[in-house]
Design a protein around this ligand. Structure first.
Ligand code: PRX
Length: 661
């Protein structure tokens, strides 16, 4: 008889790199990509002649207003795809289905966290026809309040259908959306509005979270009042605010500036022809953290992004119109953009959207949703999977998950134990798992198994998607041999790649194209194994991945030193069994201040206010001084070792004062 512990140990020891899981045999019957040979052939073509490969797909899969004249124009770091073409993203997600049977099937199934009677289950379903109507009306609302093609619009909403409507409405008229995660602070909203010079802010009175009504407009109002160093308002470019009534809580409306979503929608016409948008016109800006400074506005353009979102959804999630696809990411992240909204809708699938927390009212909420709507493809993050493991499999067992046919993972490396748990308990050993590696900047999935085709190795994102040429390189930018670690770069342009950093071409060049000249630098460490599988080893820059959220240490440090009691701050990551990484801050206080447990709490809240709760340090350690080199550089390597409770090792000869250790 095996004890539970021995069993777990067995699973772990089974999971060597050579442990391979074959895709289920019957999967290939209906899959879009059916065999390894087909993948290899298509992959070879896509690398040999990307123009031909993507040109064919763009023609077959997208509806164009005006055909393009040149498929790819490439001069590193600037790519232009489908040059001269005109297209509309919202028309490709909605209008194209109106004359087909898909018109009357569910495009979006939404479940709110809390129903009127306090029980979970409030739901709204939009068919393609209905969603089209909403989007057309909202596009007219935008026009009516003066938003034009090219104007930037900040969307600061909870996970409610209006968020998808707002995004698609912007796309319909060519306005550029910039979604700010609802969990970010007023300061973050203000900074992003300023950087993008947005004219409009779309928010809601609030939302529901773990059974509580939370405020959102309050944050939006605050954001618009925050003062800049010159005394003017940071977000002064914002002229109007549209407010969705989600919870019915009392919110002040500023005359001349704020309007209610439902009132404007009631006045708007439902006729709105899709605007002609150039292939390379911007579709959205999404701010993401880097190793230095404030978050940067990653810019995505129209046609290439749409094609990337559509084709990865189709081939990697094997989407068919019969699928009920649930990507659990918030629309505030790129995963929500590509795989809650644009990818599934462009494929005529049904996309599930959930407002609330996975453990409200009980830890089986996700499995309830899978069962209730017959979810066929589920896409979530390793940190969520590890949390479910902690809560216990009994919550899963209460539900019939037999509708599931495919599982996905994203956001961070998935540890083999979590992979196995997901595979056995959620997928019932019958669902392949696609471990998808990509980034805000890449727009769509880059490295992933194809579900009917690729033998899976737990912990590896396996092989590149069509048209993607990743390579692991050394300091000199030369490919390293198999099984040695290095930097992950991408050698060729791809349609959904970022087109720049909003307003900062130099930062674009320096961040992504200078490390290995001519190649896109991902910021990730990686190695390949003897089969050529990619094993992502996590960030090698000063970016942390906390519960699947990307957080720049520099950002948290600058939030900490903006507090009057802090003299210096250094933030590093420590491994965390559930969150992947946890944030540890080392702080020296000003001489007039005494470090105390209360101050620790104050500082955590301060970071919450400056950036958002996701960036609050898990651990704050007060120190007399920080370890520095003689030239004054903080020795983070040592702090990382201290944070993880390791012995200090490696070279410390450059340390200025050994006593600080
Ligand atoms: O470090 C990689 C990690 O998440 C980073 C990108 O974060 P973000 O732009 O927020 O986008 C997250 C969702 C696409 C990457 O640089 N990452 C993402 N997916 C994986 C991953 N690491 C390992 N395996 C993955 N599947």
């Amino acid at each position: 008889k095996q004890t539970k512990k021995a069993k777990t140990k067995n699973i772990t020891s089974m999971l060597t790199e050579d442990r391979v899981f074959q895709p289920p045999k019957d999967f290939a019957k209906t899959a879009h990509i059916k065999s390894m040979a087909q993948y290899k052939k298509m992959y070879a073509e896509s690398i040999k002649s990307p123009d031909k490969f993507w040109g064919k797909l763009a023609k077959e899969e997208l509806q164009w207003i005006k055909p393009w004249t040149k498929t790819l124009q490439w001069k590193a770091p600037n790519a232009k795809w489908f040059v001269g073409g005109q297209i509309n993203v919202s028309a490709n997600c909605l209008d194209r289905f109106l004359d087909t049977p898909t018109a009357n099937k569910a495009a979006l199934i939404w479940e709110g966290e809390l129903a009127e009677d306090g029980k979970p289950g409030e739901e709204r379903v939009y068919t393609y026809k209905q969603l089209h109507r909403e989007v057309c009306k909202f596009a007219n609302v935008l026009k009516n309040i003066g938003i034009k093609k090219g104007d930037r619009v900040v969307i600061y909403l909870p996970m409610i259908p209006e968020a998808a409507v707002a995004m698609l409405g912007c796309a319909r008229i060519g306005a550029v959306h910039s979604v700010v995660f609802g969990g970010f602070s007023a300061q973050s909203v203000a900074d992003r509005a300023k950087d993008s010079q947005a004219k409009l802010l779309i928010t809601s009175d609030g939302g529901y979270r773990r059974g509580k009504v939370v405020a959102l407009k309050k944050g939006a109002d605050e954001a618009l009042e925050i003062k800049d160093t010159d005394g003017s308002r940071v977000a002064k470019s914002i002229e109007k605010m549209i407010v969705v009534n989600r919870t019915g809580q009392d919110v002040p409306m500023k005359k001349g500036r704020d309007v209610w979503y439902h009132e404007e929608m009631a006045k708007a016409s439902s006729k709105c022809p899709p605007a002609k948008i150039g292939s390379e016109d911007p579709l959205f800006i999404l701010y993401t953290s880097g190793s230095t400074g404030k978050p940067k506005g990653v810019l995505h353009s129209t046609a290439g992004y749409l094609l990337g979102a559509k084709m990865t959804s189709k081939y990697i999630f094997d989407l068919h119109e019969t699928d009920v696809f649930w990507c659990t990411a918030d629309i505030g992240w790129v995963t929500g953009h590509s795989y809650v909204v644009y990818g599934p809708l462009a494929n005529g699938a049904t996309s599930v959207m959930f407002e609330g927390a996975p453990n409200y009212p009980e830890p089986d909420r996700f499995w309830r949703i899978v069962e209730k709507y017959g979810v066929t493809v589920l896409y979530t993050a390793p940190t969520a999977i590890r949390t479910f493991m902690k809560w216990g499999v009994e919550w899963v067992k209460k539900h019939d998950l037999s509708s599931l046919r495919l599982l996905g993972s994203v956001g961070e490396p998935i540890n083999p134990e979590a992979w196995m748990w997901y595979y056995q308990n959620i997928g019932g050993k019958r669902c392949p798992i696609v471990d998808t590696w990509w980034q805000t900047e890449t727009g769509a999935i880059m490295i992933s198994p194809l579900p009917a085709v690729t033998p899976m190795k737990p912990g590896s994102a396996t092989l590149p998607f069509f048209g993607i040429l990743p390579e692991v390189v050394d300091e000199a930018g030369k490919a390293v041999p198999k099984n040695s670690g290095g930097k992950l770069v991408v050698r060729k342009p791809w349609p959904s790649m970022l087109r720049g950093i909003w307003g900062d071409p130099k930062r674009f060049q320096d961040t992504y194209w200078a490390e290995v000249p001519g190649s896109y630098f991902t910021g990730d460490g990686c190695r390949t194994d003897k089969q050529g599988y990619f094993w992502i080893m996590g960030r090698i820059d000063d970016v942390l991945n906390v519960a699947g959220h990307r957080i720049g240490t520099a950002e948290v440090e600058s939030a900490l030193v903006s507090h009057p009691s802090v003299a210096e701050a250094a933030v590093v990551g420590r491994n965390d069994p559930v969150k992947g990484q946890a944030l540890v801050a080392f702080i020296t206080v000003k001489s007039s201040v005494t470090a105390s447990p209360e101050l620790r709490q104050i500082l955590r809240n301060h970071v919450g206010k400056e950036i958002g709760p996701v960036a609050k340090p898990d651990d704050i350690r007060f120190a007399e001084a920080l370890p520095k080199t003689r030239s004054g550089k903080i020795m983070r390597r040592l702090l990382k070792q201290v944070a993880s409770g390791e012995d200090i090792s490696g070279d410390i000869t450059t340390l200025e004062d050994r006593n600080v250790l």
